[in-house]
Write a protein that binds this ligand. Structure first.
Ligand code: SF4
Length: 429
């Protein structure tokens, strides 16, 4: 390579946890005179951080690698590196199928990748690189643990990310303080199961302890994601209630609502247990917004089990909801089950749930019309800007269309004038 700085393009696929991995690597390479470019066409080196969670995600990862490989033939590209969950799981198949890839790494090889790209040696116990954010500067994900011990029957994440490894509270607070110092106003706490945070540490600590520590920071919003209903303890609910900066928001995937299916999924609690957790949350924080995620079409899901799920969603009225159709994952317990629900039925059931949720969401958003809410501006436009209330997480939840040009990264009070299923429209007060 010539003596000018190498141009690197980082393509980060998959979840927010993978995004943090990409940011850590970028942080390390920025210190090594790599110029980061957002344009793959301009890059000397491309790093693709892959996702291996579901069939669709794997297809997208492979398609992205192939597009990058094409640039080696037609463009400036000199080096193509692949990392993340898909290459953690299938390194040999990837190397065979796409020989244009120069090196394949796993999901936790930040230093090895930096060594390969810089020629420098990074010792195993060298501190991990401080991140270079790929999110807008006013919000950042805070990964508190890696891996998962739960072993849900349908899930391949423990195969790709291993068993749970929680970070120490000191290490998390060191990072959180640096994020606040650089202007982050919203921190999104993530893990595979944030509610079992610290159980693997000696001495054991709890998410409630971490919440108390984070709440001492000069931060506006702390948002909790990936709660497991079976592990949502009263002490966590109390810590959320007592905290000053924790959003009245919780992302808590329940996956299903039928006891028979929840048992087969090895979710560790049934419909009554989920209902109890939600009631306790809503009793403690009356206007909390709860997001959840479901899987439809799981093996053995008859019309009866689906009806139990549908009725439960109708009863609970989640504020935010996402639905996946079941996809059989190699190496999971559920792989041994007969994937007996047809694709058409899976898609039909997903559509039914999303229709139900759209009407629930529209009704809840209508109730916000006429009220004024504190909004964090994510995008600034000449005539219309876009932001979120504390009840909405970036990329996945509702947005607020703000009439007028308001500054990105700022909080502003917005009077809501109209709404639809997934959007609020309002004017600065
Ligand atoms: S809690 Fe279950 S679904 Fe979530 S990462 Fe762990 S094993 Fe997978």
């Amino acid at each position: 390579m010539s003596d000018r700085n190498q141009k690197l393009n980082m393509i980060s696929l998959g979840c927010a946890k993978a995004l943090v991995d990409s940011e850590i690597l970028l942080g390390g390479l920025k210190n090594e005179n790599f110029d980061i470019t957002k344009e793959p066409e301009d890059a000397d080196t491309i790093v693709v951080n892959t996702c291996g969670f579901l069939d669709m995600a794997r297809e997208e990862s492979i398609e992205t690698i192939l597009q990058a490989a094409e640039l080696k033939k037609t463009g400036n590209l000199k080096q193509l590196v692949v990392m993340g969950c898909l290459s953690e799981r299938y390194p040999d198949a990837l190397a065979e199928e796409i020989p244009e890839v120069d090196r394949i790494f796993g999901s936790n090889d930040h230093k090895q990748i930096a060594s390969f790209l810089t020629g420098k040696d990074y010792a195993k116990d060298d501190p991990l690189f401080y991140r270079s954010l790929m999110t807008p500067n006013h919000y950042a994900y805070l990964k508190i643990a890696e891996g998962c011990d739960n072993g849900c029957s349908f899930c391949s994440i423990p195969i790709m990310r291993g068993l749970q490894k929680s970070r120490g509270i000191d290490s998390i607070m060191w990072e959180a303080e640096k994020l606040v110092d650089q202007g982050v106003k919203e921190m999104l706490v993530i893990a595979q199961d944030s509610t079992s945070y610290g159980w693997d540490l000696k001495p054991k600590v709890y998410l409630s302890d971490l919440i108390k520590s984070l709440d001492g920071l000069d931060i506006d919003w702390i948002r909790l994601h990936y709660a497991h209903p079976a592990h949502l303890s009263q002490r966590i609910i109390d810590a959320m209630t007592e905290a000053k900066h924790v959003c009245r928001y919780l992302d808590m995937p329940i996956q299903h609502g039928s006891d028979k299916i929840l048992k087969s999924m090895r979710r560790g609690l049934g419909q009554d247990g989920i209902r109890d957790r939600i009631h306790r949350l809503r009793d403690a924080i009356p206007d909390i917004r709860i997001r959840t995620t479901l899987i439809v079409g799981y093996p053995g899901e008859s019309d009866e089990e689906f009806k139990q799920l549908y009725d439960f969603i109708e009863e609970i009225e989640f504020d935010r909801l996402g639905v996946f159709t079941y996809s059989e994952e190699e190496g999971t317990l559920a792989e041994a089950l007969d994937d007996d629900v047809s694709t058409d039925v899976k898609n039909e059931r997903k559509a039914q749930i999303m229709d139900l949720q759209a009407s629930i969401s529209a009704e809840k958003n209508d109730a916000m019309v006429g009220e004024t809410y504190k909004v964090l501006v994510d995008k600034s436009g000449d005539t219309v800007s876009v932001g979120r209330t504390e009840f909405d997480s970036p990329e996945i939840d509702n947005i607020v269309h703000i009439k007028g040009a308001v500054e990105k990264g700022q909080f502003i009070d917005i009077k809501i004038e109209s709404a639809n299923e997934f959007e609020l429209i309002g004017t600065p007060v």
